[in-house]
Ligand binder design. Structure first.
Ligand SMILES: Cc1cc2nc3c(=O)[nH]c(=O)nc-3n(C[C@H](O)[C@H](O)[C@H](O)COP(=O)(O)OP(=O)(O)OC[C@H]3O[C@@H](n4cnc5c(N)ncnc54)[C@H](O)[C@@H]3O)c2cc1C
Length: 366
């Protein structure tokens, strides 16, 4: 049996633990410093799985999205069957609003590419948009692009189901245990640094492979290595509102100007999220006016929300790799058995299945 230690019980660590648990050659332990999963970036997420509508037509970013969307269609029913848990998974698609400054030609060319790739996107004019989505009422609009195969998932329900599924498949889950130090042999210079054990708040544990899925905290964990990671937090604020009644049969995610309006059960919606970078000193100062502005824009798209009650507001920190593309799924430079699965920035929920499959392929082939 190959011993594997995973650090982090957010969406990335949980998906890797579940995907690896399907292979009986692995003896897996996941350490999460909190007492339950999905408490950091994952808990703040809106779970919008924007793949087909993404402007990335080809290359790594598109391939990761494509791989994930494919796996999501089997993963959700598989987990529900295994665990008996219900995962809120919106399969009504995503409607992206088009404004006068948007280029229809660019969209038409993406539609052609997606058709070739086996996906469907359609452009709606204003009349079609208002007919299909009467909740949208906005003058300054030219129409929308509808993507029926894009999805949205509840990130906390999903992470909990992944953890439950991994446990049923024999993964050893250690909550409330922090990985404090990575104990290595060999040298970084000769690229043969090997992690044989990790020191946790509960003691030392041996491992054959270490997978770091610690989000923004991966920076701290890699500080003593020759090539430490630089993952910086980017703040996002969001809110949940409730309206009196929702008589709409068609409830896709509506997105415009990078703001998502996500329908939930019980006439509730999530609205998000702001994108707030750290200042020169590296500090993040939450700007409440940005949440207010975002709310007003969302309410102007869907005036039914103006009479809603705000149930809660929250914020979270997205793990963004500094100076390089997100995400980082590779061996830590100079080491032989430390794998990085981190820095997913704004796309950790959509990219989790592809990340886990890449890590699994690596472990099977090495
Ligand atoms: C407001 C907001 C909205 C978002 N919306 C979307 C969206 O619609 N779609 C989408 O795809 N993405 C979205 N994202 C991004 C997404 O949430 C993140 O990319 C994703 O959650 C990152 O997951 P993760 O598992 O890497 O990190 P985290 O969820 O932060 O998990 C890392 C875990 O590692 C644990 N940990 C760290 N260090 C240690 C240690 N030393 N020992 C033990 N445990 C440790 C932490 O406690 C934490 O639980 C959003 C993010 C925010 C903030």
């Amino acid at each position: 049996m190959t011993k594997i230690v995973i650090v982090g019980g957010g969406i990335i660590g949980a998906t890797i633990a579940y995907e690896l648990s399907l292979n009986s050659d692995f003896e897996i332990t996941l350490f999460e410093q909190e007492n339950s999963p999905a408490l950091h970036s994952t808990s703040a997420s809106l779970g919008v799985l924007m793949g087909i509508l993404s402007p990335k037509a080809k290359g790594r970013s598109w391939k990761l999205r494509q791989k994930s969307l494919e796996r999501y269609e089997t993963l959700i029913p598989e987990l529900e069957k295994l665990t008996g848990k219900t995962i809120s998974y919106n399969q009504q698609g995503i409607v992206e609003l088009l404004f006068p400054e948007d280029s229809l030609e660019t969209w038409k060319s993406l539609i052609k590419i997606r058709k070739h790739q086996g996906y469907h996107l359609e452009i709606w004019d204003k009349n079609k948009l208002f007919k299909e989505c009467p909740q949208v009422e906005i003058n300054n609009i030219i129409g929308a692009v509808y993507s029926p195969q894009d999805r949205q998932v509840d990130p906390i329900e999903l992470t909990e189901a992944l953890i439950a599924g991994a446990t049923l498949n024999g993964v050893n889950l250690e909550f409330g245990v922090k990985v404090q130090k990575i104990l290595t042999t060999g040298t970084h210079d000769e690229n043969n640094c090997i992690c044989e054990r990790v020191l946790t708040s509960k003691g030392e544990v041996e491992t054959d492979f270490l997978i770091m899925a610690a989000g923004v905290d991966t920076t701290e964990l890699t500080q003593n290595f020759k090539n430490p990671l630089d993952i910086r937090p980017v703040l996002g604020q969001a809110l949940q509102v409730k309206i009196e009644e929702n008589n709409y049969n068609f409830n896709p995610v509506i997105t415009g100007d990078d703001i998502h309006i996500v329908p939930l059960k019980n006439n509730e919606y999530w609205i998000g999220a702001t994108v707030e970078f750290p200042n020169e000193k590296g500090d993040i100062i939450m700007q409440e006016n940005l949440l207010e502005e975002m709310k007003e824009i969302a309410f102007s798209y869907c005036p039914i929300l103006k009479n809603s009650t705000i149930l809660k507001t929250w914020s979270g920190k997205r793990p963004r790799p500094e100076g390089r593309p997100a995400p980082i799924i590779e061996k830590l430079t100079g080491t032989n058995n430390i794998l990085l699965a981190t820095g997913h920035y704004r796309n950790g929920i959509i990219l989790a299945p592809a990340t886990a499959l890449i890590i699994k392929d690596f472990l099977i082939n090495n």
